[in-house]
Write a protein that binds this ligand. Structure first.
Ligand SMILES: [Zn+2]
Ligand SMILES: [Zn+2]
Length: 426
């Protein structure tokens, strides 16, 4: 059965996250987006874990909302499944006093295993009560030892592996290889997460990643960002064990494709300094020896540079047996561009968005990926259909992100925008 999985999100208890991120709201947002299996996020946070235990009911290692109200669930029985997950921030020293900062996604096979892990952390005085994504002073190796002692079916997935500050390959505090980070547990790491700023083609440049499962997840801090990246699997059985098996064995016959953000849109695609107004391609950074020409301090080295540094293959190399991917732009962003409106949250955009979903009876991902364009033309403005077509064809204008600034993806040129605005008005 085709299932869309988003394996990395946060709850309302994580820093800088929307208060809307509750279990019922996540369930609803997944129906709208077209996500079948979503991470709970934040399972070490006591109040959130209580919610998980009280409001969800287990089914083959995945969890569904109890007592689901059919009216709120758009007339369907509960069908969105949650997978127990969290993101941990590890801060520690390894190798010549180097400070390491690392984000890891952890998926858990059941509530019991999470209970044991949370108890272990509390008993040893780790602070899991102040942030949904706790900071733990332990190494990746120590963490793996603890998790796999509790249950061998925990999955540890290095998060957004290329971002500068908190990633296994990050330019600021990461490592040059997985072995350096995970030691004897490297063999227990079955997957990695591309993050928004890199796509599969960039990751294919490292032969060291060939045998791992590439995952793409949204790392959403608010409901609209759910499924901006996701994984599409063909599950023989909708269960934790089957997801575990596919990821562990990298069963590419079951990994249909991943859904990707345009990597240039990610916050750390290129190098630079936001405050200095300096944005460099890797070549320019090298010319300037990594130093900002304005403030004379070190530039923040982005993902493109770092991939190039560790890669052993040229861009464009495709290893055999790699699943496909589709780069998308979210539907409300497409509509906002057609209307010439800055915010995807504006009332006009949201009305058009909801209407299109309602009229087609389809989810957002269905509309973006699968619905035939002529069919969509019956339900919405031709400019919006044109926008969807261009996204499907990758026919876009992109301004890359850098130093914590999102990049900008544009579908229409300035002249086209003028014409669109007039068309949308009349
Ligand atoms: Zn993170
Ligand atoms: Zn500077």
């Amino acid at each position: 059965m085709k299932q869309v999985l988003d394996l990395h999100i946060h709850s309302k208890h994580s820093r800088a996250c929307s208060k809307e991120l509750t279990l019922p709201n996540l369930d609803k947002a997944c129906r709208v987006k077209g996500v079948d299996i979503i991470a709970t996020g934040d399972f070490t946070f006591p109040a959130w874990f209580d919610d998980i235990k009280n409001k969800l009911i287990e089914e083959r290692g995945l969890y569904k909302l109890k007592n689901s109200d059919p009216s709120r669930l758009m007339g369907q029985a509960a069908k969105v499944k949650f997978i127990l997950s969290t993101e941990l921030a590890l801060i520690y020293k390894q190798g010549e006093g180097h400070a390491r900062r690392l984000h890891l996604v952890v998926l858990a096979p059941n509530v019991k295993a999470v209970e044991k892990f949370n108890k272990y952390l509390e008993d040893r005085g780790f602070n899991i009560r102040s942030d949904g994504r706790p900071i733990l002073g332990m190494s990746a190796i120590e963490l793996c030892k603890i998790l796999f002692n509790i249950d061998e079916k925990f999955m540890v997935i290095p998060a957004h592996i290329w971002t500068p500050w908190f990633a296994v390959f990050g330019s600021k505090s990461g490592f040059d290889s997985l072995e350096e980070c995970f030691g004897e547990f490297t063999k227990n790491i079955y997957a990695y997460e591309t993050g928004l700023s890199s796509d599969p083609e960039m990751n294919w440049r490292l032969s060291a990643l060939d045998n791992l499962t590439l995952t793409s997840s949204s790392d959403a801090h608010s409901l609209p960002n759910i499924a901006r990246e996701a994984n599409v699997y063909d599950l023989a059985e909708v269960s934790y064990d089957e997801i575990y098996r596919i990821i562990k064995e990298r069963d590419t016959s079951k990994i249909l494709y991943t859904i990707e953000f345009y990597p240039e849109e990610g916050m750390y695609h290129l190098d630079g300094h936001h405050v200095c107004g300096v944005r460099f391609e890797p070549e320019e950074t090298k010319k300037h020896k990594g130093i900002c020409p304005v403030c004379k301090k070190k530039l923040v080295i982005g993902v493109e540079y770092r991939v190039d540094e560790l890669a052993d293959r040229p861009l464009g190399f495709r290893p055999s047996n790699m699943p496909n991917f589709k780069k998308l732009v979210e539907l409300d962003k497409i509509i906002a561009e057609v209307f010439g409106v800055k915010s995807r949250n504006s009332a006009r955009v949201q009305i058009a968005y909801q209407q299109l979903l309602k009229k087609t009876g389809a989810s957002e991902l269905d509309i973006l990926i699968d619905k035939p364009l002529p069919e969509l033309e019956n339900f919405t403005l031709p400019e919006i259909v044109e926008g969807i077509k261009r996204v499907r064809n990758g026919n876009l204008i992109v301004e890359p992100g850098f130093d914590g600034q999102y990049g900008v993806v544009k579908i229409f040129s300035e002249i086209e925008k003028k014409i669109n605005r007039q068309a949308a008005l009349f």
